[in-house]
Design a protein around this ligand. Sequence first.
Ligand SMILES: *[C@@H]1O[C@H](CO)[C@@H](O)[C@H](O)[C@H]1NC(C)=O
Ligand SMILES: *[C@@H]1O[C@H](CO)[C@@H](O)[C@H](O)[C@H]1NC(C)=O
Ligand SMILES: *[C@@H]1O[C@H](CO)[C@@H](O)[C@H](O)[C@H]1NC(C)=O
Length: 474
Amino acid sequence: MEDAIVLYPSPGMGHLISMVELGKLILKHHPSFSITILILTPPYTTGSTAQYIATVNAAAPSLTFHHLPTIPLSAATKHVEQLAFELSRLSNPNLHQALQTISHTSNLKALIFDFFNNAAFEVATNLHIPAFYYYTSGASSLTGLLYTPTLHRNTTKSFKDDNTLLHIPGIPPIHASEMPTPLLVRDTDVYNNFLQTGTQMSKSNGIILNTFELLETKAVKAISDGLCVPDGPTASIFCIGPLISTNHVGDEHECMSWLNSQPSRSVLFLCFGSMGLFSAKQLKEIATGLENCGHRFLWVVRAPPAENKSQSQSILTPEEPNLDELLPQGFLERTKDKGRVVKSWIPQMDVLSHDSVGGFVTHCGWNSVLEAVCAGVPMIAWPLYAEQKMNMVFMVKEMKVAVALTATNESEDGFVSAGELEKRVRELMESDRGKEVRERVLGIRNGAVATMKEGGSSLVALAKLAHLWKQTVT
Ligand SMILES: *[C@@H]1O[C@H](CO)[C@@H](O)[C@H](O)[C@H]1NC(C)=O
Ligand SMILES: *[C@@H]1O[C@H](CO)[C@@H](O)[C@H](O)[C@H]1NC(C)=O
Ligand SMILES: *[C@@H]1O[C@H](CO)[C@@H](O)[C@H](O)[C@H]1NC(C)=O
């Protein structure tokens, strides 16, 4: 019987892509394992997941995809994060059955599951399958997740009402309000799910992270030294990144030929992930800032959340933006020689790798941060949701690969003025400070390449995992 590893991603596009890349990495360096990826089919949209899987299937036929049955689940008023946790819990009987079936024909050496599929831990334990968490963000935000149970015991306040600095081992002090969005209000379902995940992770057989040691040296060391779980053992961590998507879906995007005609490092790229939605007022303000700063730009615009929908409904069923209505009158005409506005999916890594791109305004989603680092593009950090504010603190203060935007009015959902955006774009694209940030990110890019070569820290960590799996008696 062959040795099998089962991967169990959360269905959001960024999470799925990251896990698929992990599967490809394992197969490339340790081809004796067979890899099955269990796909959750949620009753809500998750981007063009089906097309992506078809593309991967064609390019990497040795990855086996197995779809678990669809679960009925109402997306009505809930956080997207809560939906992800619930979907996983409700799918446990199907997971159990799938793992049993696979173990009839192979030696099941490990179940690697996304941290949103926290409920899978119980199934793996019941079936005596080694359980590994896959954390799709970086070590810096993982310190916060592992330390949350400790912070929870130390206070009765919600993070959103706690006006103090938190001292989490391995990262610079952060304001309580910079903790991940779903953790801000204490004792909600989603808060409790994160709390339980933070507790349970340290009891697993290991935590695999899409990062590399050089990028997050202090955070990695703090976790490895056990400082983030002061009252018990911490599971071993394995930094095997940076994993970024190399799958191309469809034809070349029309923005690429426009980029070809722009000067080297002249274009500012603005893209905020599939869930980064701005109000109409904020979109107009961004447009004004871009026009005033005079730099070339490539901007991906999404429709604002509809007024009669909840935020998660807007995210799950996106609408096409009406640019004529959303942008200032005459903006597209006046900027047509300098800029492009795109309202659909864009091949982000291809854009970032293009020589014409000189800066990236990002929501600080972890996949985007890794892509920018691997492309050597300096960033302007505009965190929006999830653990992005924590990522920003680390990107600006620790790694120094980004400059931060300052929200003009936090009570207005972090509204940023045109003047602030213009100032930061000039700082990044024109000043000595910007030059330092660029040099720094180029240095880290070289480190990222080295870590994925023979003897590099990420391949060494992967080899340790493979050795562990081989030794497991099933
Ligand atoms: C617990 O709270 C107190 C008072 O706010 C603070 O001084 C201390 O550092 C906190 N301890 C931990 C472990 O966060
Ligand atoms: C929201 O309003 C728009 C326009 O008024 C309408 O077309 C749409 O069906 C409404 N959506 C919901 C979920 O009520
Ligand atoms: C911030 O926004 C709130 C809500 O719109 C408003 O009441 C307040 O005056 C604003 N503060 C500043 C400093 O602009």
